[in-house]
Design a protein. Structure first.
Length: 246
C-alpha cells in the first residue's frame, strides 16, 4: 500500500490522477487532469439527461395517439417543429454560460428536436427502431472508448475537422437536392450509410475535443455537440435499416 506522501509523489512524477487513476493524455498535469475529468463527467451527465428526455418525448409522441395524429396530420406544425430547434439553438449558444437560462434553453431545444425524432419513429416499424437504438448504443460506446484510449496513447484527431465539415456540407446539400430530385430506395440507403460514417467520425472528433480543447465553461456547447452527433447517427442508421426493410 502507498502512504499518502508516496501517493502524492507518484502523482507528481507519473501524472497519476488521484481521482480517476488515469491520465487523459500525455503531458497533462495532475491538477489539469482532475479538472478535465470533472468537466467530462459534467458534460456526460448533461448528455445523459438529454438522451433520457429525448426518449421520453419520443415514446410519448409514438404511443400517445392524440399527439401522434396531430403531428402526422399537420404538415405546417411539423415544418415549424423542424425549424424550432434552430430558433432555440442560437440563444442557447449565446447564453450557455448564464445560469439558469442555459439549462432552460437546453431543455426547450432538446424537447423541440425530440418531437421530430418521435414522429420519425412513429412512422417506422418498432422492431427497426429498436435495432437502430441498439446499433447506435454499440457504435457510440465503441467510438467513445476508442477516442479515450487513443487520446491516452497520444493520438490526435484534430485533422478530421476540415474533412468532416466538408463531408457534412456535401451531405446536407445532397439532402436538399432530394426535395427536387427524389432518390430511390438504394440511394437512400447509401445516403444513410454515408451519414452514419460522417457522424461516427464526428463522435471521435468531438470526444477528442472534449478531452483536450473545450474550455471548462463550455459544458453546454460540448453536450449539445455530442448530443447532435449521437442523434444524427441514430437517424442515419434508422434510415439504412428502414430502406433495407423496404
Amino acid at each position: 500500500m502507498f502512504e499518502p506522501q508516496q501517493l502524492y509523489t507518484r502523482a507528481k512524477t507519473e501524472e497519476f490522477d488521484l481521482e480517476s487513476g488515469e491520465t487523459l493524455y500525455p503531458g497533462l498535469s495532475v491538477g489539469e487532469n482532475q479538472l478535465r475529468w470533472g468537466f467530462i463527467r459534467k458534460v456526460y451527465g448533461i448528455l445523459s439527461a438529454q438522451i433520457v428526455l429525448t426518449t421520453l418525448v419520443s415514446v410519448t409522441t409514438v404511443f400517445y395517439t392524440p399527439i401522434n395524429d396531430l403531428l402526422k396530420g399537420n404538415s405546417t406544425l411539423l415544418l415549424i417543429l423542424l425549424f424550432l430547434p434552430f430558433i432555440f439553438l442560437i440563444p442557447l449558444l449565446k447564453y450557455q454560460q448564464k445560469h439558469p437560462h442555459n439549462y432552460i434553453l437546453l431543455a426547450l431545444f432538446t424537447v423541440s428536436i425530440s418531437s421530430t425524432v418521435g414522429v420519425t419513429c412513429a412512422n417506422t416499424d418498432g422492431k427497426i427502431v429498436l435495432e437502430a437504438l441498439i446499433l447506435t448504443s454499440a457504435v457510440v460506446s465503441s467510438l467513445t472508448g476508442y477516442a479515450f484510449w487513443a487520446s491516452k496513447k497520444g493520438k490526435d484527431f484534430s485533422f478530421l475537422g476540415p474533412v468532416l465539415f466538408t463531408s457534412l456540407f456535401t451531405l446536407i446539400l445532397t439532402g436538399m437536392m432530394q426535395m427536387f430530385f427524389p432518390l430511390g430506395p438504394t440511394a437512400h440507403a447509401i445516403y444513410g450509410a454515408i451519414g452514419a460514417m460522417i457522424f461516427s467520425g464526428y463522435i471521435v472528433y468531438d470526444t477528442d475535443n472534449l478531452i483536450k480543447r473545450f474550455t471548462y465553461d463550455e459544458y453546454i456547447g460540448a453536450s449539445v455537440t455530442l448530443y447532435l452527433d449521437i442523434l444524427n447517427l441514430f437517424l442515419s442508421i434508422l434510415r439504412i435499416l428502414r430502406e433495407a426493410n423496404n
